[in-house]
Design a protein around this ligand. Structure first.
Ligand code: AMP
Ligand code: GLY
Length: 444
């Protein structure tokens, strides 16, 4: 009988997870639980449940008699879904609620690194009241202000980019403290960012190729932070500004953090661990950890994966039964990838800059060699409609980065509607700027 796999989540990341599962030689049956119907996942699934209450997942998993669960987003991890599914006897790819604190509370990761003397922390301080904030900022500016809890990548406020005066800083801190009860203020790092996603079976971590994400809404890295506008990987599994030795430093930080988590909680981390890093002139620094794949970075690395994804997931969730990841030769194709998100034209823009739109219809033209991943859309007899979130992602994959970029760019342009995308992601020009930026910082 085919394996029955529960997949939780409804974004483009989960569409990529479903596509990777569907490529498995074991041909698993996919049972998809989602908050919002994703047509891409639905097309690959044997059964779909649309609901917005995580408690409903448990009944669905039991009714479908799944033998494995994969949790895509952070919300259900924070809710404790991995704990609940494991209690039902369902091996799960996704850490327990306690382990997911590494993402769900920003201060947790900072304090863990400090306690276990793991390198990579910027200077930081955790605040639960406004007392002492002014003094700390004065002594450490420029700084970054971070809510302690989850914000979908949109909560971080950077001095010099999002605020400049002390009055503004204090007003922002007060707002954050009212909403989140705690915040982290940390040194503003300068450099180039990269994402390192690793498979982890509780003992062994296997890194995927590093990815560079683009959080800013507008071309040239301008505008507000978004969930992400796109990402790329290089064919050599490094990045144009990143040396092998620096990648090893980042991998070491992840490995030591997983060991620290085990010591701290007594629980094995079974899932994906994502380190968001900044390469600085002083070495590799940690920006944040995520307890899941990135969206869209999952699309880049899963498209490159040559090893059977179901096999990897089984070993992550239940190494006792299937054997650990150390017994598997996990390989990735030597190709470059570029992902571009196509978003509603007003997505991530301040209200003053919104433009009036006449229709929310989305038409998908000739995508050429690109692959399409659905994110947030809804469909009816009239066709596909935009929502307020990112609509679809397109992936280009080719031996050269420039070719992958061209494939993704042409596909993004073939998506018609009141939409926008970042035409610069993966282009030679933007990459040369990033390489130059790093060169200048290293010289200083
Ligand atoms: P996060 O939600 O922690 O991933 O942060 C979102 C974005 O804020 C990151 O991708 C960075 O661009 C920026 N950021 C976060 N922390 C820092 C920092 N310490 N220094 C500079 N930029 C930061
Ligand atoms: N792309 C950033 C994230 O998934 O958190």
């Amino acid at each position: 009988m085919n394996a029955k796999v529960l997949l939780v989540g409804s974004g483009a990341r989960e569409h990529a997870l479903a596509a990777a599962l569907a490529r498995s030689k074991s041909r698993p049956s996919i049972f998809a639980w989602m908050k919002q119907r994703n047509p891409g996942i639905a097309a690959l699934a044997d059964e779909v449940r649309v609901n917005d209450n995580y408690h409903d997942v448990i009944g669905f998993a039991r009714d479908c008699e799944v033998g494995l669960a994969i949790i895509g987003p952070e919300g259900p991890l924070r809710y404790g879904l991995a704990d609940a599914l494991t209690m039902l006897g369902i091996p799960t790819v996704g850490p327990t609620q306690r382990l997911a604190l590494i993402e769900t509370e920003k201060s947790y990761a900072r304090i863990l690194l400090e306690r276990y003397r793991i390198s990579g922390n910027p200077k930081f301080m955790v605040f639960t009241t406004i007392s002492g904030v002014r003094k700390y900022i004065e002594e450490n500016e420029p700084v970054v202000l971070k809510p302690n809890g989850l914000t979908g990548g949109k909560g971080v406020v950077v001095q010099g980019e999002h605020f400049s005066s002390m009055t503004e800083a204090l007003a922002i801190c007060r707002q954050i403290l009212i909403k989140h009860q705690a915040m982290v203020i940390e040194e503003k790092l300068q450099g180039e960012e990269f994402s390192l996603q690793c498979f982890c079976d509780g003992t062994t971590i296997i890194p995927c190729p590093p990815v560079q994400d683009h959080k800013r809404r507008l071309v040239g890295d301008h505008g507000l932070n978004t969930g992400s506008m796109g990402s790329y990987t290089s064919a050599n599994h490094l990045l144009p500004f990143l040396k092998y030795r620096e990648l090893q430093q980042a991998t070491d930080i992840v490995r030591r953090t997983i060991q620290a988590l085990q010591l701290e909680t007594g629980e094995p981390y079974r899932g994906i661990i994502y380190g968001g890093f900044m390469l600085t002139a002083q070495g590799v620094k940690l920006i944040e950890f995520n307890a899941r794949f990135g969206d869209p970075e999952a699309i880049n690395v899963l498209a490159l994966l040559r090893t059977d994804f179901l096999d990897i997931c089984r070993r992550i969730a239940c190494r006792e039964k299937y054997g650990g990841l150390n017994q598997l030769d996990i390989r990735f194709r030597g190709l470059a990838t570029v992902v571009k998100y196509v978003v509603p034209v007003n997505y991530g823009l301040p209200k003053e800059q919104w433009v009036a739109t006449v229709s929310d219809l989305l038409q998908i033209g000739d995508l050429g060699k690109a692959a399409l991943y659905y994110s947030s859309v809804h469909s009816d007899q009239a066709g596909l409609h935009l929502t307020k979130s990112r609509a679809v992602a397109v992936l280009g994959m080719a031996p050269e980065l420039s070719e992958a970029e061209g494939i993704a760019e042409r596909a993004a342009c073939a998506i018609i509607g009141a939409v926008d995308h970042r035409s610069d992601i993966g282009t030679a020009e933007l990459i040369a700027r990033r390489v130059q930026h790093m060169k200048e910082l290293r010289r200083q």
